[in-house]
Design a protein around this ligand. Structure first.
Ligand SMILES: Cc1cc2nc3c(=O)[nH]c(=O)nc-3n(C[C@H](O)[C@H](O)[C@H](O)COP(=O)(O)O)c2cc1C
Length: 318
């Protein structure tokens, strides 16, 4: 009985701490560095322009308010924080202008955009990484992707040798191709190779008993809370973070490495301890850990982990 009461009380106290953490670090919080908040805000709004240009039928002069907002926000933004919002905004505005010029549209807003782009060219030279790009379904056979999905398994027989940092950067760059809400890219990756630090982190995680001593490379995937604002977004960090983590594991597989996701189903106390040991800022929510490395052998044994029949989990609302 006492155990049940403790569990119920724990649910309330954790929810309260969730709310406190979200209030302290969310997108509207005055306690968060303004350049960080502006970074995400500009990315989100610039994305609405590129999105409008990628629709089957783009409405002429759509999103005038958004366009003006992006120009205004970028003028006040400090690119020393990150040049990405400038690239994304300038690319989107340039594509917006080109779309309307090609369509023969005339409007004072288009003149404003052209003037705005001219002033920015010197500060952030072209080509701008934003706007729209051509895409082909012919580039990669679908069977390659199916094979990659089918070839991934949680690998717990890893070599403890640290992997070269440049290859770790490569897999992270591949994982960055994961979708994210409004392309805000709030997910963070912390990679560890110090054996003592890894053992401390894994001890706090608790789910790697039996193979922890084989782990010589460890990711902690987290998300910057200040990318998210308003009650509806309080859990979105987990959605983006999980999608990123999945891509990270596929990227590890494509490198010939093994990887095993490790849950962070933990309370705030443990989350704070992991942050402390891992040197992770307080404004990041922890999503999961991933143990990774070369496999002990090319042929190994994995848990079968059978899947439910599709009919049990799928409802086709035709
Ligand atoms: C979010 C998440 C957390 C997990 N945590 C652990 C863990 O703590 N320890 C572990 O050995 N495996 C963990 N796993 C691996 C699962 O047991 C595994 O994904 C599942 O059995 C399916 O097997 P497969 O990954 O080989 O397809 C986790 C998986 C996910 C997605």
């Amino acid at each position: 009985m006492l155990d049940k009461v403790r569990k119920v009380a724990g649910i309330f106290s954790e929810a309260l701490r969730d709310a406190t953490l979200f209030l302290r670090f969310n997108a509207y919080s005055p306690f968060v560095q303004s350049s960080k908040r502006a970074f995400y805000r500009i990315l989100i709004e610039a994305h609405t322009i590129e999105k409008g240009l990628s629709l089957p039928q783009t409405r002429p002069l759509f999103g005038k308010d958004k366009v003006r907002f992006v120009m205004h926000a970028l003028s006040r933004y400090d690119i020393a924080h990150s040049v990405l919002p400038a690239h994304m905004s300038l690319g989107a505005l340039d594509a917006y202008l080109k779309f309307h010029t090609t369509a023969g549209t005339v409007d004072p807003l288009l003149d404003e955009i052209a003037a705005f782009l001219r002033t920015w060219e010197a500060k952030v030279p072209r080509p701008w990484k934003g706007g729209t790009r051509d895409y082909s379904f012919d580039d990669q056979p679908a069977s390659d992707l199916q094979q990659l999905i089918a070839s991934r398994s949680s690998i717990r027989t890893l070599r403890a040798e640290p992997l070269p940092p440049e290859r770790i950067h490569e897999v992270i760059a591949q994982a960055q191709l994961a979708p994210s809400q409004c392309n805000r890219q709030a997910t963070r990756v912390h990679a560890y190779q110090d054996p003592a630090q890894i053992q401390e982190l894994l001890a706090l995680q608790g789910g790697s008993r039996g193979f922890a001593h084989h782990v010589g490379n460890l990711f902690v995937v987290s998300s910057e809370i200040c990318a998210w604002g308003g009650p509806g977004q309080r859990n979105q960090a987990y959605v983006d973070g999980a999608l990123f983590a999945m891509c990270l594991m596929f990227a590890c597989r494509s490198m010939g490495w093994g990887a095993c996701p490790l849950n962070l189903a933990i309370d705030h106390r443990t989350e704070a301890a992991i942050r402390r040991v891992g040197g992770i800022p307080a404004g990041e929510r922890l999503i999961l850990m991933i143990a990774f490395g070369e496999p002990i052998a090319a042929h190994t044994r994995v848990a079968f982990s059978p899947r439910r029949p599709v009919a049990e989990i799928a409802t086709l609302h035709a």
